[in-house]
Write a protein that binds this ligand. Structure first.
Ligand code: MLT
Length: 401
């Protein structure tokens, strides 16, 4: 088991007359799991020791599949947001036998003293849950008032590459590119509201995302990068170019579009926001997964992407949707990108941003090259990682010379 994971047995008194784990018993199981994880870390007495009791302020549980008497559930824990006196813990329960996702939950805690006054989250708790798993080359950086998770690989003599993921995903979509593009300094943040970055309730827009990225580059002392943006990552790339064009050495646009949302598109964003608020991140998975891939995609890839979506906090999903709904049109930016070497990549079977959009985008950017990736839908970096990485490598090698 990984750190921050524990197992819990489903007992008969947790179940209804048909032997299903009862919805209210989940609360007890999740609570026991939290104490067990603390027992393996800073100790079950950490809150009494530090005089800061975690009072639950909000609970959201998605019940996804039934569990039965005698089964063993593996419960993963991560803290998706730390405030001064509050924190949000995400718990994911899977059946150990077949790895089925049984339920996900988010609990918002406010630490209070014995008089009920809010007090800071104990440092030992924050340190324990923010500790980097062994072997994971990830930093947390404080940028614009939030903690952002940033994975970095390699150094190399070629230009640094900043990978910007899409919605409702995180930096793990770039795994193959991060593993393979040796010789280049690869930087892949989780955008605010995604992956292991903080997910504040408010403060999402293209300009804030772009400011976060420049804050990361400043913190790393990097002046110029190749921007590689997938879909939402491309929208953010356009905003970055409007603000910090001098910091862009090259541009890779992957399955994205320059246009703003249409009236219908904005309505669809509103509908998805409402469903996510009601049902949690499962609504984002249901909306996006059927449109992400070709029919030939493997079930492992679907599962990997589903897991990334399900661990995205509701605040981050809602924030990203609102930011995309309100983004400006970038069509008029394209002909001004003279002098910025650009590669436009698109999955040949993309249903969300079909190749015709990329063809028009490449035609509008002076000197841009276009490449279609066969056998890929909206996420070629995941569905066809080898040809995608090869295309990116060729482009980067061209820049380095
Ligand atoms: C993405 O992959 O980032 C989204 O499909 C973008 C969008 O919904 O416009």
């Amino acid at each position: 088991m990984r750190p921050n994971e524990v197992e819990q047995v489903v007992y008969p008194d947790d179940c209804d007359a048909f032997g299903h784990l009862n919805q209210a018993a989940f609360l007890r199981i999740f609570e026991r799991a939290r104490w067990d994880v603390l027992a393996e870390g800073p100790g079950m007495d950490v809150f009494t020791r530090t005089d800061a009791w975690p009072a639950v302020r909000k609970t959201v549980i998605d019940y996804l599949a039934p569990a039965f008497v005698g089964e063993l559930l593996r419960i993963q824990h991560s803290v998706v947001h730390f405030g001064k006196t509050s924190f949000t813990m995400r718990q994911i329960a899977r059946r150990t036998g077949d790895d089925t996702l049984i339920a996900t939950a988010e609990f918002v805690f406010v630490c209070v003293d014995r008089q009920g006054r809010p007090v800071p989250v104990p440092v030992e708790v924050a340190d324990f849950f923010q500790a980097r798993p062994r072997g994971e080359p990830m930093d947390r950086m404080s940028v614009n008032g939030v903690q952002l998770a940033v994975e970095q690989r390699g150094s190399g003599t070629g230009p640094p590459v900043l990978f910007i993921h899409g919605f409702p995903l995180d930096r793990t979509v770039w795994k193959h590119q991060l593993d393979s593009l040796t010789g280049f300094h690869r930087i892949a943040p989780d955008l605010r509201g995604s992956g292991k970055s903080d997910a504040p309730d408010l403060g999402y827009s293209m300009s804030i995302y772009a400011e976060d990225l420049v804050g990361i580059l400043d913190a790393l002392g990097i002046s110029r990068v190749v921007l590689c943006g997938l879909s939402l990552g491309g929208y953010i790339g356009f905003e970055f170019l409007r603000r910090y064009r001098e910091r862009v050495r090259g541009l890779i646009l992957v399955d994205t579009r320059p246009e703003a949302d249409s009236v219908e598109g904005r309505k669809a964003r509103e509908g998805l926001i409402a469903r996510i608020r009601e049902q949690g991140s499962i609504a984002a998975a249901e909306a996006m997964l059927p449109r992400f891939f070709t029919p030939q995609v493997s079930s492992e890839i679907i599962e990997q992407v589903r897991t990334a979506i399900l661990r995205t906090p509701v605040a981050g999903l809602v924030g990203a949707l609102a930011a995309m709904r309100d983004r400006p049109d970038s069509t008029s930016l394209l002909p001004t990108l003279t002098g910025i070497p650009t590669l436009v990549l698109v999955g040949a079977e993309d249903m969300i941003t079909p190749p015709s959009i990329s063809q028009a985008m490449a035609a509008a950017i002076p000197g841009a090259r276009l490449m279609e990736i066969p056998g890929a839908g909206h996420l070629p970096c995941v569905e066809q990682p080898v040809p995608t990485t090869r295309a990116i490598l060729k482009f980067l090698q061209g820049l380095a010379t």
